[in-house]
Write a protein that binds this ligand. Structure first.
Ligand SMILES: [Fe+2]
Ligand SMILES: [Fe+2]
Length: 165
């Protein structure tokens, strides 16, 4: 009866798992290059996407489906901060668009609870989009200084013995 919902929820799981992998990859590389703020932002967002997987999985199991746990694609090995942020905004935009459509589809299939879950995810993905888009704006406005300040911030934290965020 809820086969369509289960299929859409599994597509969302694949999308979220891909985002977890991609953002953790960006986290490692920003950390390696000393970009403290961006490294933390990618890590924090990856953890939120992992929590989305959990919400989706709980709903799939409630509907007596199987959680496929397949990633939606391979990690793109980008190392430039601008390319990372551009890909991340595109990913968030496309998730928000899909989840909006799928919320409507679930409503049409009389599955209000799954519809609500997709709407809740749209809120989060739009917030993620906004965070990444803000960083693109900072990068455009301040350029190399923006990245240099992040490295200096890290050095200050290390020198003061503050634990990593
Ligand atoms: Fe998500
Ligand atoms: Fe997201």
């Amino acid at each position: 009866m809820h086969e369509k919902s289960i299929e859409l929820l599994n597509r969302a799981v694949a999308d979220e798992l891909m985002a977890v992998h991609q953002y953790m990859y960006f986290h490692f590389h920003c950390d390696d290059q000393g970009f403290e703020l961006l490294s933390n932002l990618f890590r924090k967002t990856a953890i939120e996407e992992m929590m989305h997987v959990e919400l989706l999985a709980e709903r799939i199991l409630f509907l007596k489906g199987e959680v496929e746990m397949k990633s939606g694609g391979d990690v793109q090995k980008l190392h430039s901060v601008r390319e990372m942020l551009e890909l991340a905004t595109r990913m968030e935009e496309s998730s928000a668009r899909d989840y909006n459509l799928w919320a409507n589809e679930c409503a049409a299939n009389a599955d209000a609870k799954t519809k609500k879950l997709f709407e809740q995810l749209v809120d989060d993905e739009e917030r993620h989009f906004d965070q990444y888009d803000t960083e693109i704006g900072n990068l455009e406005q301040f350029g190399a200084q923006y990245l240099a300040l992040q490295s200096i911030e890290r050095s200050k934290n290390l020198a003061s013995g503050a634990p990593p965020a």
